[in-house]
Design a protein around this ligand. Structure first.
Ligand code: PGA
Length: 243
Protein backbone atom coordinates (compact mmCIF):
# COMPACT_ATOMS: atom_id res chain seq x y z
CA UNK A 1 0.00 0.00 0.00
CA UNK A 2 1.27 3.49 -0.93
CA UNK A 3 0.05 6.58 0.89
CA UNK A 4 -0.61 9.93 -0.71
CA UNK A 5 -1.42 12.65 1.80
CA UNK A 6 -2.29 16.08 0.44
CA UNK A 7 -1.84 18.98 2.85
CA UNK A 8 -3.73 21.91 1.37
CA UNK A 9 -2.70 24.29 4.17
CA UNK A 10 -4.46 27.66 3.79
CA UNK A 11 -3.98 27.82 0.02
CA UNK A 12 -7.63 27.60 -1.09
CA UNK A 13 -10.77 29.65 -0.87
CA UNK A 14 -13.87 27.59 -0.06
CA UNK A 15 -14.82 27.73 -3.72
CA UNK A 16 -11.40 26.53 -4.89
CA UNK A 17 -11.27 23.71 -2.34
CA UNK A 18 -14.76 22.39 -3.14
CA UNK A 19 -14.12 22.61 -6.90
CA UNK A 20 -10.93 20.58 -6.54
CA UNK A 21 -12.72 18.05 -4.31
CA UNK A 22 -15.34 17.62 -7.06
CA UNK A 23 -12.60 16.95 -9.63
CA UNK A 24 -10.91 14.42 -7.32
CA UNK A 25 -14.21 12.65 -6.76
CA UNK A 26 -14.49 12.05 -10.49
CA UNK A 27 -11.08 10.45 -10.92
CA UNK A 28 -10.37 6.81 -10.39
CA UNK A 29 -7.50 5.67 -8.19
CA UNK A 30 -5.57 2.49 -7.84
CA UNK A 31 -6.63 0.21 -4.95
CA UNK A 32 -3.01 0.02 -3.82
CA UNK A 33 -2.91 3.74 -3.07
CA UNK A 34 -4.55 5.36 -0.04
CA UNK A 35 -5.25 9.03 -0.75
CA UNK A 36 -6.12 11.42 2.04
CA UNK A 37 -6.86 15.12 1.62
CA UNK A 38 -6.36 17.73 4.33
CA UNK A 39 -8.45 20.76 3.30
CA UNK A 40 -9.10 23.90 5.31
CA UNK A 41 -11.69 23.57 8.09
CA UNK A 42 -14.43 25.30 6.16
CA UNK A 43 -14.25 22.77 3.34
CA UNK A 44 -13.65 19.72 5.52
CA UNK A 45 -17.26 18.54 5.82
CA UNK A 46 -17.74 18.95 2.10
CA UNK A 47 -14.68 16.75 1.59
CA UNK A 48 -16.09 14.09 3.95
CA UNK A 49 -19.38 14.12 2.05
CA UNK A 50 -17.83 13.91 -1.39
CA UNK A 51 -14.73 11.76 -0.85
CA UNK A 52 -15.78 9.71 2.17
CA UNK A 53 -14.49 9.67 5.71
CA UNK A 54 -11.39 7.48 5.09
CA UNK A 55 -10.07 10.08 2.64
CA UNK A 56 -10.17 13.18 4.81
CA UNK A 57 -7.82 14.56 7.44
CA UNK A 58 -7.46 17.67 9.61
CA UNK A 59 -4.37 19.88 9.41
CA UNK A 60 -4.22 20.37 13.17
CA UNK A 61 -6.22 19.48 16.29
CA UNK A 62 -6.61 21.03 19.72
CA UNK A 63 -5.37 18.78 22.54
CA UNK A 64 -8.38 19.50 24.77
CA UNK A 65 -11.51 17.45 23.99
CA UNK A 66 -14.13 20.16 24.69
CA UNK A 67 -14.78 23.27 26.74
CA UNK A 68 -13.71 26.89 26.99
CA UNK A 69 -11.05 26.93 24.26
CA UNK A 70 -11.88 29.83 21.98
CA UNK A 71 -10.93 29.21 18.38
CA UNK A 72 -9.95 25.57 18.90
CA UNK A 73 -11.33 22.42 17.27
CA UNK A 74 -10.74 19.14 19.04
CA UNK A 75 -9.90 15.75 17.63
CA UNK A 76 -13.33 14.62 18.93
CA UNK A 77 -15.11 17.26 16.88
CA UNK A 78 -13.18 16.28 13.76
CA UNK A 79 -14.02 12.64 14.37
CA UNK A 80 -17.67 13.50 14.79
CA UNK A 81 -17.52 15.32 11.46
CA UNK A 82 -16.18 12.16 9.82
CA UNK A 83 -12.49 13.05 9.69
CA UNK A 84 -10.16 10.04 9.94
CA UNK A 85 -6.62 11.47 10.13
CA UNK A 86 -4.86 14.52 11.54
CA UNK A 87 -1.46 16.09 10.99
CA UNK A 88 0.28 16.58 14.33
CA UNK A 89 3.35 18.76 14.76
CA UNK A 90 3.58 20.03 11.20
CA UNK A 91 6.61 22.33 10.93
CA UNK A 92 4.39 25.33 10.17
CA UNK A 93 2.56 24.70 13.45
CA UNK A 94 5.85 24.28 15.29
CA UNK A 95 7.81 27.15 13.79
CA UNK A 96 5.16 29.72 12.87
CA UNK A 97 2.66 29.11 15.67
CA UNK A 98 5.17 28.11 18.35
CA UNK A 99 3.87 24.62 19.01
CA UNK A 100 6.13 22.79 21.47
CA UNK A 101 7.06 19.12 21.65
CA UNK A 102 4.85 18.84 24.74
CA UNK A 103 1.84 20.21 22.88
CA UNK A 104 2.55 17.79 20.05
CA UNK A 105 2.54 14.95 22.54
CA UNK A 106 -0.83 16.02 23.96
CA UNK A 107 -2.24 16.21 20.45
CA UNK A 108 -1.04 12.67 19.72
CA UNK A 109 -2.92 11.48 22.81
CA UNK A 110 -6.00 13.51 21.92
CA UNK A 111 -6.14 11.97 18.45
CA UNK A 112 -5.79 8.44 19.75
CA UNK A 113 -8.50 9.00 22.36
CA UNK A 114 -10.80 10.40 19.70
CA UNK A 115 -10.13 7.59 17.24
CA UNK A 116 -8.39 9.84 14.74
CA UNK A 117 -5.14 8.53 13.20
CA UNK A 118 -2.35 11.01 13.96
CA UNK A 119 0.39 11.69 11.42
CA UNK A 120 3.38 12.76 13.48
CA UNK A 121 5.48 15.26 11.54
CA UNK A 122 9.13 15.69 12.46
CA UNK A 123 12.00 17.50 10.80
CA UNK A 124 15.15 19.49 11.40
CA UNK A 125 15.87 23.08 10.40
CA UNK A 126 18.75 24.36 8.28
CA UNK A 127 20.42 25.59 11.49
CA UNK A 128 20.17 22.10 12.95
CA UNK A 129 22.01 20.75 9.90
CA UNK A 130 24.69 23.45 10.16
CA UNK A 131 25.15 22.56 13.84
CA UNK A 132 25.23 18.86 13.05
CA UNK A 133 22.05 18.37 15.06
CA UNK A 134 19.72 16.53 12.71
CA UNK A 135 19.64 13.38 14.80
CA UNK A 136 19.36 15.36 18.04
CA UNK A 137 16.34 17.30 16.75
CA UNK A 138 14.54 14.29 15.31
CA UNK A 139 15.17 12.24 18.43
CA UNK A 140 13.76 14.94 20.68
CA UNK A 141 10.64 15.30 18.56
CA UNK A 142 10.16 11.56 18.24
CA UNK A 143 10.76 10.74 21.90
CA UNK A 144 8.51 13.43 23.34
CA UNK A 145 5.72 12.38 21.02
CA UNK A 146 6.00 8.62 21.40
CA UNK A 147 7.61 7.55 24.67
CA UNK A 148 5.15 5.37 26.63
CA UNK A 149 2.35 6.37 24.28
CA UNK A 150 -0.40 3.79 24.06
CA UNK A 151 -1.33 3.72 20.38
CA UNK A 152 -4.41 1.60 21.23
CA UNK A 153 -3.81 -0.48 18.15
CA UNK A 154 -3.73 2.54 15.83
CA UNK A 155 -1.36 2.63 12.90
CA UNK A 156 1.67 4.80 13.51
CA UNK A 157 2.58 7.26 10.77
CA UNK A 158 5.70 9.38 10.98
CA UNK A 159 6.27 12.02 8.31
CA UNK A 160 9.85 13.16 7.86
CA UNK A 161 9.60 16.74 6.71
CA UNK A 162 12.86 18.68 6.90
CA UNK A 163 11.83 22.28 7.58
CA UNK A 164 14.28 23.57 4.98
CA UNK A 165 12.65 21.42 2.30
CA UNK A 166 9.01 22.35 2.97
CA UNK A 167 7.63 24.82 0.45
CA UNK A 168 11.10 25.84 -0.74
CA UNK A 169 11.43 23.95 -4.02
CA UNK A 170 14.55 22.42 -2.48
CA UNK A 171 13.70 18.79 -1.64
CA UNK A 172 15.81 16.54 0.51
CA UNK A 173 17.57 13.95 -1.65
CA UNK A 174 15.97 10.49 -1.90
CA UNK A 175 19.17 9.00 -0.53
CA UNK A 176 19.09 11.06 2.67
CA UNK A 177 15.35 10.46 3.02
CA UNK A 178 16.03 6.72 2.76
CA UNK A 179 18.72 6.91 5.46
CA UNK A 180 16.50 8.94 7.78
CA UNK A 181 13.58 6.56 7.15
CA UNK A 182 15.76 3.62 8.18
CA UNK A 183 16.85 5.50 11.27
CA UNK A 184 13.26 6.38 12.25
CA UNK A 185 12.13 2.80 11.72
CA UNK A 186 14.96 1.51 13.92
CA UNK A 187 14.25 4.05 16.66
CA UNK A 188 10.57 3.29 16.74
CA UNK A 189 11.11 -0.45 16.80
CA UNK A 190 13.89 -0.45 19.37
CA UNK A 191 12.76 2.28 21.70
CA UNK A 192 9.00 2.21 21.55
CA UNK A 193 8.36 -1.41 20.80
CA UNK A 194 6.07 -0.49 17.96
CA UNK A 195 6.73 -2.81 15.13
CA UNK A 196 4.75 -1.28 12.36
CA UNK A 197 5.48 2.28 11.43
CA UNK A 198 4.58 3.89 8.14
CA UNK A 199 7.12 6.44 7.03
CA UNK A 200 6.21 9.36 4.82
CA UNK A 201 8.40 11.98 3.24
CA UNK A 202 7.30 15.56 2.64
CA UNK A 203 9.07 18.63 1.29
CA UNK A 204 8.86 20.00 -2.26
CA UNK A 205 7.49 16.84 -3.83
CA UNK A 206 6.11 17.13 -7.36
CA UNK A 207 5.31 14.89 -10.30
CA UNK A 208 8.89 14.73 -11.58
CA UNK A 209 10.58 13.72 -8.33
CA UNK A 210 7.95 11.62 -6.51
CA UNK A 211 8.97 8.29 -8.08
CA UNK A 212 12.58 8.70 -6.98
CA UNK A 213 11.43 8.56 -3.34
CA UNK A 214 9.20 5.52 -3.75
CA UNK A 215 11.89 3.72 -5.72
CA UNK A 216 14.25 3.72 -2.71
CA UNK A 217 11.82 1.21 -1.18
CA UNK A 218 12.25 2.94 2.18
CA UNK A 219 9.17 5.11 2.41
CA UNK A 220 5.51 4.15 2.48
CA UNK A 221 4.11 7.43 1.28
CA UNK A 222 4.40 11.13 0.65
CA UNK A 223 2.93 14.22 2.28
CA UNK A 224 2.56 16.87 -0.37
CA UNK A 225 1.72 20.54 0.05
CA UNK A 226 1.97 23.01 -2.84
CA UNK A 227 1.88 20.50 -5.71
CA UNK A 228 -1.32 18.92 -4.37
CA UNK A 229 -3.31 22.14 -4.33
CA UNK A 230 -3.75 22.79 -8.05
CA UNK A 231 -5.40 20.57 -10.60
CA UNK A 232 -2.55 20.97 -13.13
CA UNK A 233 0.06 19.68 -10.66
CA UNK A 234 -2.12 17.31 -8.60
CA UNK A 235 -3.37 15.02 -11.36
CA UNK A 236 0.03 14.34 -13.00
CA UNK A 237 1.38 13.66 -9.51
CA UNK A 238 -1.43 11.20 -8.79
CA UNK A 239 -0.75 9.56 -12.13
CA UNK A 240 2.87 8.98 -11.14
CA UNK A 241 1.90 7.53 -7.77
CA UNK A 242 -0.87 5.35 -9.15
CA UNK A 243 1.62 4.01 -11.72
P1 PGA B 1 5.39 21.27 0.20
O1 PGA B 1 4.79 21.07 1.66
O2 PGA B 1 5.04 20.05 -0.60
O3 PGA B 1 4.71 22.51 -0.33
O4 PGA B 1 6.87 21.43 0.34
C1 PGA B 1 4.85 19.82 2.30
C2 PGA B 1 4.14 19.87 3.60
O5 PGA B 1 4.09 20.93 4.23
O6 PGA B 1 3.58 18.87 4.04
Amino acid sequence: MKYFFANWKMYHTYKEATALIDEIKNTSTNDDVTSVYFPNDLAIMYAVKQLGSPHVGAQNVAWAPAGAYTGATSAFLYREAGVSYALVGHSERRYIFGETNDAVRKKMEACIDADVVPILCIGETKEDIDDDKREYRLKKQLYTALEDLDMQGKELFVAYEPVWAVGTGEPCSPQIVAEVADWIRAQVQEEFDTHVVKILYGGSIHKDNVSSYFSTGKIDGVLVGGASTKKHSLFPLLQQING
